[in-house]
Design a protein around this ligand. Structure first.
Ligand SMILES: NC(=O)c1ccc[n+]([C@@H]2O[C@H](COP(=O)([O-])OP(=O)(O)OC[C@H]3O[C@@H](n4cnc5c(N)ncnc54)[C@H](O)[C@@H]3O)[C@@H](O)[C@H]2O)c1
Length: 436
């Protein structure tokens, strides 16, 4: 099979070595905008700076595409239309609609569309998939993809450009992590996603929650900001408390040294897919769907991980209270958040009740006292109340029976607490902190 490669950046050498080692593949053409990168290639392939010329040259049967993410959709489409089989780096595209369109073009042209998910060929992932115990024994599964992104990129900072990359660690690391998990536990449905550590519109951290078809919970942690080194693994937690682990990097000593056997797997599988002819369904679009859903949920959420949205605020206890009641009849306000002006005084009330809906009755209460807020803030459900180094409880809501004089700030605690129980003194400071 005569192969071309479009894009000679950081990941290209792994493809080039895999092509060289595969007796059935012959590198006949290469393309990059950067002439210097082309000139560094060994003699043999015809060199192009315009991918359209490569595709029209008649020199290739198949092409490997290792371009920045936003170029995948147009270049893959052009290759398929030119009658060339395509192996494209993940993510197949930035948008789901483009991925579906490419699948349709592949169907129409009868060419192979193949997304390169290298972790599915990882020896440890394959072993875990083969040795997975009966599913009823599995409690949950966690996949981690933690790295320092700067160690994996070239000179061009397209990774940090939301328009060219499509996002951060979710679209960059998500596809390989999700695909590896799909090889182990099967089809996945996304149930939740939270992004965080967002810099210049690009997230450096994310947590995705998914479920298998038979309901096993799967968590994916994606981190671009590991201080040093990398962790890429899948941990299957069994109901008996034991774990099965696929540490993707175990035994591969040098930096990125596991990639050689993985990219050999890609090229062998691509060749087999082309030989098998039309009819294969590529997993690229399904994974782009999961990534797009994760962004839809994560970006529309108010919550961000690893990036505080407000400052801690202290409040001085100006009057202590010592009583508790089990029939107080407070009412959960409809508001999840309340603005507090600097200098306002509000009453701090502990409760073992768990009001969830507006109007819920709150009977079991203990009184800490009235506190003056030093600075303006927004108090919200989930905020934590701290006394020195001790976590007292979490804000569950507000009761407005004394408003506009003051709010009762309802703080959930495991048992009812009064000023006495916390050994408070008039003038003591408590601190409200955003949930970590
Ligand atoms: N770097 C990694 O560790 C890694 C791992 C897995 C997958 N990938 C994927 O591989 C793809 C490429 O990533 P990379 O890290 O190699 O990027 P890179 O920036 O190092 O390389 C991209 C190359 O494409 C060239 N290029 C850009 N526009 C072009 C155009 N219009 N025509 C021809 N050449 C053009 C650039 O000159 C550059 O050499 C991305 O989709 C990425 O997600 C990268």
């Amino acid at each position: 099979m005569r192969i071309g490669i479009i894009g000679l950046g950081v990941i290209a050498p792994y493809f080039l070595r895999a092509i060289e080692q595969d007796g059935e593949l012959d590198l006949t053409a290469a393309c990059d905008l950067d002439r210097a990168k082309l000139d560094r290639l060994p003699d043999g392939p015809e060199l192009f700076t315009d991918y359209r010329e490569l595709l029209g040259s008649g020199l290739v049967d198949g092409v490997v595409i290792t371009l920045p993410n936003h170029l995948h959709a147009p270049v893959v489409a052009a290759a398929l239309e030119a009658g060339v089989d395509v192996c494209c780096e993940k993510p197949l595209t930035v948008h789901s609609s483009d991925a579906r369109e490419l699948a349709a073009v592949a169907d129409r042209t009868g060419r192979t569309l193949f997304t390169a998910f290298h972790r599915r060929y990882n020896s440890h992932v394959q072993r875990l998939a083969a040795e997975l115990p009966p599913r009823e024994l599995i409690e949950r599964v966690v996949g981690r993809y933690h790295e320092k992104i700067e160690e994996h990129t070239g000179d061009d900072h397209w990774y940090l450009d939301r328009d060219r990359c499509g996002g951060g660690c979710v679209i960059d690391n998500g596809p390989n992590a999700l695909d590896a998990l799909r090889q182990v536990v099967g089809e996945l449905t996304l149930t939740d996603a939270t992004i965080g550590d967002v810099r210049g519109g690009v997230e450096f951290y994310a947590e995705l929650e998914l479920r298998t078809e038979d309901g096993i919970p799967v968590t994916v942690e994606l981190d671009w900001a590991l201080p040093t080194g990398e962790t890429k693994d899948i941990v299957v937690h069994l109901k008996d408390g034991s774990t099965l682990v696929a540490d993707m990097l175990a035994g591969y000593q040098g930096f990125k040294s596991s990639l050689d056997h993985e990219y050999q797997g890609i090229m062998a599988d691509f060749r087999a897919a082309v030989a098998a002819g039309p009819g294969r369904t590529d997993d690229g679009p399904v994974v782009v769907d999961l990534v797009e859903q994760a962004y839809r949920i994560g970006r529309s959420k108010e919550r961000r991980l690893r990036m505080p949205a407000k400052q801690d605020v202290s409040a001085k206890l100006v009057k202590l209270l010592f009583h508790r009641r089990d029939d107080r009849g407070m009412t959960q306000s409809p508001w999840a958040t309340r603005c507090i002006r600097a200098g306002e005084v509000h009453e701090l009330v502990t409760t073992t009740d768990r009001p969830t809906a507006p109007g819920d009755r709150v009977d079991a209460v203990g009184f800490l006292g009235f506190a003056e807020f030093a600075t303006a803030t927004v108090l919200e459900q989930g905020d934590q109340l701290w006394l020195d180094e001790r976590l007292v409880g979490e804000v569950v809501g507000f009761d407005e029976c004394h408003f506009p004089n003051h709010y009762n700030v309802l703080i959930h605690t495991d048992r009812l607490l009064t000023a006495e129980d916390l050994d408070l003194r008039a003038g003591d400071l408590v601190v409200f902190k955003e949930r970590a």
